[in-house]
Design a protein around this ligand. Sequence first.
Ligand code: PXL
Length: 262
Amino acid sequence: MALTIAGSDSSAGAGVQADLKTFAAHQVYGVNAVTGIVAEVPGSVSRVQPVDSSLLGAQLNRVSSAFTIRSIKTGMLATADNIRIVADFVRECSDTPFVIDPVMRATAGPNLLDAAGRELLKSELIPLATLVTPNLPETADLLGVDPETFTPAEAAAQLFETYGAGFLVKGGHAEKLSTVVDYACIDGNVFEISHPRLEVPDVHGTGCTLSAAITARLAFGQPLLEAIGGGVSYLAECLDAHFSWPQSGGSESLNHFPKSVD
Ligand code: PXL
């Protein structure tokens, strides 16, 4: 069983819905604690409503008292108060692999984490993580520098030095080359993960899906680097099999079940 602590996406391509589908695709039973509700379709967010942090705490309390959770991930956390609750919860589960997708903005633009939350994410939560999966803009934010001032490989090592957690710096936002290179820094060693770029311009939820796939794999005991490689391959399959919605201007959603069930 794996736990996602994340926001609800009404279009179900990102957030809790993407995480639960990804867990299911990996045959891992998923449970969830919702941090907020986002009214959106791909490319257009109309409202973000955080939940009261005591309600988040109640969800975490219920699932952790009833189930044996083998891995945990976070996505949208929305507020600093939510982060305090999650940090207290994760400290109580110190042997459980913990993946952070450091979600700050939706692909469509709006903030999914308040300003105080950004600071607490850095000071309280990231140091507790097994793996953090920033894209390049999030990497710049976590390092407090401009994106032009680092290479992704240097950034992965620098993030490990700064926060003492494992990092996967995703290269998808870099120059539009046909190959994407991600860099993982685990226990101070940097690994390169190359994969072909799949152009699906209006899809969202790729970060949620990759981090959920890694979390699912950690739930069944895969070593971290293997879980990262497997997660990257799974995301490529979801992108390749994406849905297009002609009635909403050709917007797109990931297909979390890229292989048909026999
Ligand atoms: O992809 C980032 C993200 C995470 N979580 C929720 C979202 C989004 C993007 O739209 O809605 C709930």
